[in-house]
Design a protein around this ligand. Structure first.
Ligand code: ACO
Length: 326
């Protein structure tokens, strides 16, 4: 028994902010953002939209496309760094909106690797018969933790959600072949939102301070990203008896176009095998891999039988890779 992605879904908020729009209130330029990151636009939530609203719409999209009743779902896993609120889990709001009354749900936080961590949990549940049909959702409202005047972070992030529906399969020629996860707590300062939390609960001082916004040492993070992504990809390919030559398509966390192109070059993958959606979505943390996967799936970039390499790198630090036979 193994797990298989049977459908994908996504939702992006209607409002679009272009690099040109940002130029009007941030000390930056379309040229700098395009050249240094590959981003052209990002989607931004409306005032009344929260992470669970985006996650629900992405899940409904996947379920509708798969023609699966929400009551058939056994588990809902939401990967996010921007939950609706500290308690309860965002997954429970999604469960309620879907009417998925037979599911158990919870959230996980592994930053930009959150979707991959969620995928590994779902795969384990399916292999061990704890659940059969599982929704793994990456959903983020990163703009809720951005200081717009801080150009090192504000130009990079966007909001959005995407979902995969996993089911059990007896067919040994399809599905999730392997997955590897890593983290390194020595580098927590590379990307951090210092407050509020149990270390510094919400207070007037925290509310007024800039510590409630994302801080990132982008350049230092960048330097580690390519090496770690290549290493973990080799590790999982080794595990499943494959090499980069066996890969039909690579879907990476969309943090920076230059990182993905560099990984593609080092892996010897031609440009058409590297899925790039950062121009359309920006960096949406845990939502970025499923958004790119959904885009590739809808646009016929992935065919049945293709070997798909997924990989991620995020705060602070988490990284992972997985191999799927589509
Ligand atoms: N507009 C214009 N100029 C800018 C901007 C901006 N938005 N941001 C920085 N600059 C300037 C800097 O001030 C600096 O100027 P200086 O040379 O005069 O001092 C210059 O551009 C270069 O700055 P760097 O920070 O070195 O720029 P870099 O090329 O590294 O690009 C970036 C920054 C895009 C953040 C890149 O480092 C990156 O993508 N890092 C990886 C991010 C990542 O992978 N994060 C983890 C995943 S995200 C997650 O976990 C949620």
């Amino acid at each position: 028994m193994r797990s298989k992605i049977v459908e994908t879904g996504s939702y992006l908020p209607e409002k679009i902010l272009t690099n040109k729009d940002l130029e009007k209130f941030v000390d930056t330029s379309d040229e700098w953002i395009t050249q240094r990151t590959g981003i052209k636009v990002r989607h931004i939530v409306a005032k009344d939209e929260a992470t669970s609203d985006l996650a629900y719409k992405a899940a409904l999209d996947a379920l509708t496309r798969a023609d699966v009743d929400p009551k058939e779902i056994d588990s809902i896993i939401v990967a996010t760094v921007a939950p609706d609120m500290p308690l309860p889990a965002t997954a429970l709001f999604v469960q309620e909106k879907l009417g998925a009354t037979n599911a158990f749900g919870f959230d996980i936080n592994a930053a930009c690797s959150g979707f991959m961590y969620g995928l590994s949990i779902a795969d384990s549940y399916i292999r061990s018969n704890i659940a059969k049909k599982v929704l793994v959702i990456g959903a983020e409202v990163l703009t809720s933790m951005i200081e717009w005047q801080e150009r090192s972070t504000s130009v990079i992030f966007g909001d959005g959600a995407a979902c995969v529906l996993l089911d059990a399969t007896e067919n040994e020629n399809e599905g999730m072949l392997g997955i590897k996860l890593h983290s390194d707590g020595r580098y927590t300062d590379l990307m951090i939102v210092p407050a509020p939390g149990s270390r510094r609960p919400c207070s007037e001082e925290v509310a007024k301070s800039k510590d409630r916004y994302v801080k990132m040492k982008g350049n230092e993070t960048f330097k580690m990203a390519v090496r770690h992504i290549i290493d973990v990809s080799k590790e999982v390919l080794d595990d499943v008896g494959m090499t980069f030559e066996d890969i039909d398509i690579m879907v990476s966390h969309q943090a920076n176009r230059r990182i993905m192109e560099s990984v593609g070059r080092r892996a010897g993958l031609s440009e058409d095998k590297v899925v790039i959606t950062i121009d359309k979505h920006a960096n949406t943390a845990a939502a970025s891999i499923p958004l790119a996967l959904d885009w590739a799936n809808r646009n016929g970039k992935i065919k049945k039988g293709d070997v798909v390499l997924l990989n991620s790198f995020g705060a602070s630090l988490t990284w992972s890779a997985g191999v799927i036979k589509w």
